[in-house]
Ligand binder design. Structure first.
Ligand code: NAD
Ligand code: TDX
Length: 335
């Protein structure tokens, strides 16, 4: 099976490539990645020799057409992925997330290639802290940020191409991922690398916002389950019942790293900050038989702390510019 992985030099995509090569000897992988600030060939260290790597843009219709023509399956991870950046400059989000998906859909339509679209739970908006309901495949779309709106738009393009043109596509909407090779702009790696640098973790607002954490390998195993057994035209939510508020995550990181649990700062809150995400992944579990392997968030987080401690050469080149960018908009707030 020939699989075209877009965004395979990013966080989730590179972990997908590692997992695929370790578990699927029958699969040939081609990676298409623009190597933006978020893409790193170092994330493919150890497997680069086993993949065909193409540096290029998912919105480049001619390039995408050539690559899709030679694939059996496309797994589309490539995106602008960070909410804070989308508040600063939404334009690459609209371009990559919408036009990139459009170029891929037109190519899979022309060549009748199976397509799996990677998306996020953020398309559903947010939940109140005390809402007993979680997001399901039937929750109406209600995105809050330019990032989540661009992802919602890309999902709707996929649904339209399925219905209007019979494209063989599935969509998955996953909750927050953690694990190795995540950019230090994101919440968990930012705090781990701050602590390594002797800098206090930075919590937005009061830190009561809840995210539903899943290990990246559990996400990617679910993606393979959907490629293997999913029904085309369907959407599957991916989540592992991992709800934790941000304050508890920061305190756990500090504890795991041998610091006082209250040694963090509150900083300026994110504009339009979604309060809570929570996924009901019943369809994936009952219809396709997927179960997560990482049972303990504490253990998974401890392993992630170890990864950042052992792989400073991977993250160090991006740390200073990331913190300089944050320093322009975020101030410490006394509460
Ligand atoms: P990331 O920012 O770490 O990686 C994105 C990758 O896409 C990078 O390698 C980048 O170079 C590449 N890319 C960006 N623009 C491109 C373009 N125009 N053409 C080709 N390549 C381009 O993102 P991530 O966290 O790995 O997210 C991957 C996917 O998973 C995204 O679609 C995101 O919306 C989705 N998702 C992420 C999470 C999460 O918690 N990180 C949760 C659910 C869904
Ligand atoms: O320094 C920080 N302090 C902080 O309190 C940062 C960077 C974040 N936060 C908060 C904001 C969120 O409530 O932590 C939470 C997680 O923030 P992010 O890592 O930026 O993730 P989020 O905005 O929840 O989006 C993530 O999950 C869904 C991914 O970045 C998206 O790509 C995915 O779609």
């Amino acid at each position: 099976m020939k699989v075209l992985v877009t965004g395979g030099a990013g966080f989730i995509g590179s972990n997908f490539v590692h997992l695929t090569l370790a578990t699927r000897p029958d699969v040939e992988v081609t990676v298409l990645d623009k190597l933006t600030y978020a893409g790193h060939l170092a994330s493919l260290e150890g497997v680069l020799e086993q993949v065909a790597f193409v540096e290029g843009d998912v919105a480049d219709a001619d390039l995408v057409d050539r690559l899709v023509a030679d694939a059996d399956v496309v797994v589309h991870f490539a995106a602008e992925s960070h909410n804070d950046n989308s508040l600063d400059d939404p334009s690459p989000f609209v371009r990559t997330n919408l036009l990139g998906t459009f170029a891929l859909l037109e190519a899979v339509r022309r060549h009748d290639v199976r397509y799996h679209h990677i998306s996020t739970d953020e398309v559903y908006g947010d939940l109140e802290l005390d809402d007993p309901k979680k997001f399901t495949e039937d929750t109406p779309y209600n995105p809050s940020s330019p990032y989540s709106a661009s992802k919602a738009g890309s999902d709707l393009l996929v649904r339209a191409w399925v219905r209007s043109f019979g494209v063989r596509a599935t969509i998955s909407n996953c909750s927050n991922n953690y694990g190795p090779r995540q950019h230090v702009e994101k919440f968990i790696p930012r705090q781990i690398t701050n602590v390594i640098d002797g800098v206090r973790p930075k919590l937005y607002g009061a830190g009561l916002n809840v995210r539903d954490w899943i290990h990246v390998d559990d996400h990617n195993a679910a993606v393979w389950t959907i490629i293997d057994k999913g029904v085309t035209g369907e959407t599957y939510l991916i989540g592992a019942d991992g709800e934790v508020n941000n304050k508890d995550v920061v305190e756990l990181i500090l504890e795991l790293m041998g610091q006082e649990r209250d040694a963090y700062d509150h900083v300026t809150d994110r504009a339009g900050h979604d309060l809570r995400y929570a996924i009901e992944a019943g369809r994936l579990r009952t219809e396709l038989g997927w179960t997560p392997r990482y049972g303990s968030f504490r253990d998974g987080l401890a392993a992630t702390v170890d990864w950042y401690r052992e792989n400073e050469a991977w993250w160090r080149p991006m740390k200073e510019a990331t913190e300089a960018k944050y320093a322009r908009t975020q101030q410490v707030v006394t509460r």
